[in-house]
Design a protein around this ligand. Structure first.
Ligand code: NAP
Length: 299
């Protein structure tokens, strides 16, 4: 019997996961189909119930279902509980286990770039869904202090709650003129960008929340946005001599961790990166005025 893995989201048509996950399944000869299911919020409970069918290996969960899915599974692990959201469900022994591999995606992307935040201050720009995994990853990595800058102060304050007692958090305005943000940027070894500014088809494709003047040489700048691959935030950081890390590495590593849980096999990372880049280039090619190198789709 051919097995099935599904993506639960709304919408799902733009997702890269079906492309790189199917490529990885095929490359290892796993007899499984990765299907994208567009599920409105009112249909989530029924969709999760279908994951209990025998053919199901599990699922990915994406916007807007990550938080709601946490309460629909049988066994969320400590990372899912800590983040307050799940992105991966695995059917095992008749039960739905769940975790949040976005945390692993952040950790691996930073490790590959040689960034070590243990005992060091970090700045996080943005406080949406993706930022939650960053906070937990910084806590697990032993960062000394986290400054969260966000447009809506209440969202940043809510994130401080999931940092726990081990990771002291300061909250400030997402404003390049803000003295607290400038001081935190001057000290941080790592600046993570998790707003949707600079994202293709996002609120402002050409914007970075912080200019080059706030970065310094030797600092690492990590953008969760991965379309385009070179975002305005990364271009600003690069201009100041900072090291840059794009969001595609996080996307692939969260997917690879999910793949391991569903199949019990190591994910073929090269196959996944190639498939994702090919899909981005195809989309760019079909979109007027977008160069292939920039990609051409939102997440
Ligand atoms: P989200 O939950 O909607 O959060 C959006 C964030 O952007 C919030 O902090 C929001 O601030 C801020 N924002 C939106 N418009 C803004 C504006 N005009 N000015 C200033 N701030 C603004 O989105 P998300 O799921 O966290 O995703 C954020 C980005 O991360 C997206 O580009 C997504 O593609 C990317 N992402 C990447 C990965 C990966 O694997 N690399 C994974 C997940 C997400 P407020 O709180 O004030 O609304």
């Amino acid at each position: 019997m051919t097995s099935t893995v599904v993506l639960l989201g709304h919408p799902v048509a733009h997702s890269l996961s079906p492309r790189f996950q199917q490529a990885a399944l095929d490359a290892l000869g796993v007899d499984a189909r990765y299907e994208a299911w567009d599920i409105a919020p009112e249909g989530l409970s029924a969709a999760v119930a279908r994951l209990r069918e025998r053919r199901m290996l599990g699922a990915n969960v994406t916007v807007p279902h990550k938080v709601a899915a946490l309460r629909l599974v049988d066994r969320p692990d400590h990372l899912a509980e800590r983040v307050g959201a799940v992105n991966t469900i695995v059917r095992r022994d008749g039960l739905l286990h769940a975790t949040n591999t976005d945390v692993h995606g952040v950790t691996r992307a930073l490790a590959e770039a040689g960034v070590d935040v243990r005992g060091q201050p970090v700045v996080l720009l943005g406080a949406g869904g993706a930022a939650r995994a960053v906070v937990v990853a910084m806590r697990e990595a032993g960062a000394a202090r986290l400054t969260i800058a966000n447009r809506t102060a209440a969202h940043a304050a809510a994130l401080a709650d999931i940092a726990g007692a081990d990771l002291p958090v300061d909250v400030c305005a997402l404003d390049a003129a803000d003295a607290s943000l400038r001081a935190a940027m001057a000290q941080a070894v790592l600046v993570v960008h998790s707003t949707s500014l600079g994202m293709r088809h996002g609120p402002d494709e050409h914007a970075t929340p912080v200019p080059a003047a706030l970065f310094h040489p030797g600092q690492a700048a990590f953008d969760l946005v991965y379309v385009p691959e070179r975002t305005p935030f990364l271009i600003a950081a690069e201009a100041a001599g900072a090291r840059t890390i794009g969001g595609l590495a996080m996307l692939i590593h969260q997917g690879a961790a999910a793949f391991r849980l569903w199949t019990g096999q190591e994910a073929p990372l090269d196959v996944m990166f190639d498939a994702a880049r090919t899909a981005l280039a195809e989309r760019a090619g079909s979109e007027p005025g977008v160069s292939a190198i920039d990609g051409g789709a939102s997440q």
